[in-house]
Design a protein around this ligand. Structure first.
Ligand code: F6R
Ligand code: MG
Ligand code: MG
Length: 369
């Protein structure tokens, strides 16, 4: 039996400011997805938020890019935007960049991580959601999970993982993709994905083994808002889904990379680098300097397309030390103020509001010999 796991997300309004999704919007989403479940559009769902992003996690048997499922998500975001406007929430409807829905939600603003696969006897799957960062923020943890034996012990000691994994990497500027095998092409893979603002891991596939080689085991959203809108309209806070256990990295191997508060870009005005902080859903609100960037992880068990149980995985003292370290790094980065590398390099500021400031000075530049 094949199941599709879809995470579709959008910022349709924050309260207060860009910090968090208000409970009233969560209620609207829950109600509409409950209706969608009752009328058979989806099989099951879970609604949550990471900072100011409304996250719809849905299961169904309709495959990727399904019109009915995507239009349900679109309607939730539309309804949520309307309520956000009525209540004067901040940035109401900000990620809905087009007025009309036609066929599927891609290219309309919301971020999507969707994969269809044959359910195993027991199917653990983790939904990761981040706020105040960009799709490339997933490169480091996804690489570590599926290719780094210092993270994933199973790559060394479990024969089912020993042959490694295949990575689908997208060049999000040129709109091209390449498939690379790890461990054989590990250095080529790192050469690309280390440049995380341009090369983004889109999917991971198993190699020869017990799982079908054409069914993904991980998928990441890669939507870039400025490419759709043609200007800076907010950050492309990404989501990802990762399957675990039994021939795949263990749940704890999937979570382990987040014990390192690595640097990501997208903090404050989409223009700063800062540490990613793994937090519980309760603490997924962006406060200090609109951050620091946050990650949440909700783990599920799937059975016949139903979400039979879930857990808020970073709601755990095992990540307390990481959070403290993240705070220390946040402090260190903040002390640089407007200087790089806290502020992003100029080429990455191209799609923020900075060029408008620079325009003013353009005529005052004179040649120097
Ligand atoms: C939003 C974000 C925020 C905003 C900042 C300024 O996702 O990253 O840091 O960029 O709060 O927002 P405006 O210009 O709406 O006042
Ligand atoms: Mg916002
Ligand atoms: Mg956001």
């Amino acid at each position: 039996m094949k199941t599709t796991f879809s995470i579709i997300k959008a910022d349709v309004g924050g309260c207060p400011g860009h910090s968090k999704v208000n409970e009233k919007l969560i209620e609207v989403a829950n109600k509409m997805l409950r209706d969608g479940k009752e009328n058979g559009t989806i099989k099951d769902f879970f609604v949550t938020n990471c900072g100011d992003d409304l996250e719809l996690i849905m299961t169904h048997d309709k495959g990727e890019n399904n019109e009915e499922v995507h239009s349900l998500a679109w309607n939730v975001f539309k309804e949520g935007s309307d309520l956000a406007k009525e209540l004067g929430f901040y940035g109401a409807g900000q990620d809905l960049l087009k007025d009309a829905f036609s066929g599927n939600i891609r290219g309309l603003g919301p971020g999507i991580a969707e994969m269809e696969f044959t359910e195993r006897k027991s199917e653990p799957i983790i939904a990761f959601m981040m706020d105040k960062t960009e799709p490339g923020a997933f490169n480091l943890p996804i690489y570590k999970i599926f290719a780094d034996p210092f993270n994933t012990a199973g790559l060394i000691i479990d024969p089912k993982l020993h042959s490694g994994f295949r990575f689908e990497v997208w060049d999000i500027k040129e709109h091209k993709r390449v498939f690379l095998n790890a461990p054989e092409e590990m250095y080529d893979l790192l050469a690309l994905i280390g440049a995380k603002s341009r090369f983004v891991i889109k999917r991971v596939y198993p190699k020869e083994g017990s799982l079908p080689e054409d069914e993904p085991v991980a998928v990441i959203s890669t939507e870039k808002l400025y490419q759709i809108a043609g200007e800076y309209v907010g950050k492309d806070d990404p989501v990802a889904a990762v399957r675990a256990q039994s021939g795949l990295p263990a749940l704890g191997e999937v979570l382990e990379p987040f014990a390192f508060p690595y640097l990501v870009s997208g903090w404050m005005r989409g223009s700063h680098n800062g540490p990613i902080m793994p937090v519980s859903n309760k603490n997924a609100k962006c406060t200090r300097f609109d951050g620091p960037p946050r990650a949440i992880a909700i783990g599920f068990q799937l059975k016949n397309g139903m979400l039979t149980g879930h857990e808020d995985l970073f709601d755990d003292p095992a990540f307390d030390y990481t959070r403290q370290e993240a705070e220390r790094i946040a402090d260190y980065m903040r002390r640089h103020g407007p200087f790089e590398p806290h502020r992003l390099p100029l080429e990455e500021m191209e799609y923020t509001t900075l060029p408008k400031v620079m325009d003013k000075l353009r005529d005052r530049f004179e040649p120097v010999s």
